[in-house]
Design a protein around this ligand. Structure first.
Ligand code: BG6
Length: 483
């Protein structure tokens, strides 16, 4: 059990925006209500609007929290006692005014100068915000100062490096928390427990026992009015470079020397560095066209509002990679993510090797001997191990039977990733945050594929992606496990 975080000021840039309203304010409120913050936190919302003040920000927050489904009792009191607002319209003296406001609030509430700066702003606003904080001397304080940045962290290797350099000009790496919200999901954290607390799996987790690993992040939704952000970004930058690659490192890493930030991140970085350059022929980009999802006719990507005519942005990616390490040499990892796929499912399928000689070979059963462990990250979180059993009676027929665990049945509702991650920030635990080197190593892998030369293949909405994504596995004599 970690210590309760000390009193602090939580400063949210982009406080009137979508992320703050949907995720951050509800997460902070839940942490307060559940007693994690000891009531010793004040929140200062910062945004461009000069029409907003403390009172109207509190009203906006109250509404957002109710929309997010938090219980109404105590809400008004919390908003009045804890929330404040400071405009940052973009004038040169803004950050100096912000510094004065922060000090005034700290004096008023007896806070010791511990500060979190959360950048819930569009990436183009990162540089000015970071420099503004640094130039106003807000990178240091009488207590601790931490800065939290959302993805996307850069749009390729060069811009990620530039952003890292800019941050390091003002902040030490120990002060920087790069969020990948997937790392805050219970089931993703459970990957390490699953692997390293259970000898039964760890001893099988290698090239001698495993045939291949597949990671599928399928979304049923399309771009949902986010074309302004998504177009030109695409699935490789939006999902694969960060969320899928982070999960891949947790699946493939060696056991860290301790469950703490530097040891865990060190092992993740080793995985990234051992991945062979990905061949273009091992990558399939797709873009959804008109189709049917859950019995509803939906438009194609090019018809979505805000998508420019002829856009070549990929809405799905399937790829194959190999990790040149003692544990994994020669074992293919298949990664796949896409929008407008038949159903929302995020899962890892680990297929074990079949026995070298099978007693039951003559029975022409395609899956014979391949036990499959499926780790379901969402929805319906849990895992399932499918293995062969004999169907009772004669003749001898083998059948796959599952051994299952469901989080929901065992523990009920799981906490939101942001609740977990915000608590870690104020407790100073960087284990679930991405190190500068990890970001750059992940970009280094995908950078060569971002040159606009990868063909984008159409797939009808409601299908599992382009035909070529199936062929990628068929070439190796395999099929996608999630269908
Ligand atoms: C975000 C992407 O990071 O993750 C979105 O920008 C995507 O495009 C989302 O829809 C998926 O997250 P989750 O938690 O809903 O699986």
């Amino acid at each position: 059990m970690k210590d309760a975080p000390p009193p602090h000021l939580f400063v949210v840039f982009g406080a009137t925006g979508d992320l703050a309203r949907r995720k951050l304010l509800p997460a902070v409120y839940r942490l307060t209500r559940e007693g994690f913050l000891d009531g010793a936190q004040r929140v200062l919302g910062v945004a461009r609007s000069t029409d907003t003040d403390d009172a109207s920000f509190r009203a906006l927050a109250r509404e957002a929290l109710l929309d997010a489904g938090v219980p109404a009792d105590e809400l008004a009191r919390w908003c009045d006692e804890c929330l404040y607002y400071q405009p940052l319209p973009g004038a040169p003296e803004d950050h100096a005014a912000l510094a004065r406001r922060i000090e005034a609030l700290e004096r008023e509430h007896g806070l010791p100068g511990n500060r979190v700066f959360y950048l819930a702003v569009p990436p183009k606003a990162f540089p000015a915000t970071i420099d503004g904080l640094g130039e106003a001397g807000l990178n240091a304080s009488p207590g601790w100062t931490r800065i939290v940045v959302e993805k996307p962290f850069g749009e390729d290797l060069a811009t990620a490096r530039e952003l890292n350099d800019r941050m390091h000009r003002w902040f030490d790496e120990e002060q920087i928390y790069r969020i990948d919200h997937y790392l805050g999901k219970e089931t993703v954290q459970n990957l390490l427990v699953f692997r390293f607390a259970n000898m039964i799996f760890e001893s099988l987790w290698n090239r001698d026992r495993i045939d291949n690993v597949q990671i599928t992040f399928a979304e049923q939704l399309g771009v949902e009015g986010r074309a302004g952000y998504y177009d030109g970004v695409g699935a490789l930058r939006d999902m694969i470079q960060n969320h899928l690659t982070q999960v891949l490192t947790l699946v493939a890493m060696e056991v860290p020397v301790a469950y703490e930030a530097s040891a865990v991140r060190h092992e993740k970085i080793k995985v990234l560095r051992a991945i062979r350059p990905i061949r273009r022929s091992d990558v399939v980009f797709g873009q959804y066209t008109r189709g049917r999802v859950q019995d509803q006719e939906v438009v194609g990507y090019l018809e979505e509002p805000g998508v420019p005519a002829g856009s070549r942005t990929e809405t799905s990616v399937a790829l194959r990679l190999e990790i040149d390490s003692w544990r994994w040499k020669g074992i293919p990892f298949y990664l796949r993510s896409g929008k407008r796929l038949p159903r929302p499912v995020t899962e890892i399928a680990v297929t074990f090797r079949s026995p070298p000689v099978s007693l039951f070979q003559s029975m022409d059963f395609a899956d014979l001997g391949h036990d499959v462990l499926t780790i379901r990250l969402q929805p319906d979180e849990g895992f399932s191990l499918a293995f062969d059993v004999k169907r009772p009676g004669s003749p001898l027929v083998l059948e796959k039977a599952p051994l299952e665990f469901r989080y929901g049945q065992a523990f009920g509702r799981l906490p939101d990733a942001y609740v977990t991650l915000l608590l870690d920030v104020v407790q100073g635990d960087q284990t679930l945050f991405v190190h500068a080197d990890e970001v750059e190593d992940a970009w280094r892998l995908y950078d060569p594929l971002l040159d606009g030369q990868t063909r984008v293949r159409p797939y009808p909405a409601g299908s599992w992606g382009p035909r070529e994504a199936e062929e990628l596995l068929a070439r190796d004599g395999r099929v996608w496990r999630t269908a």
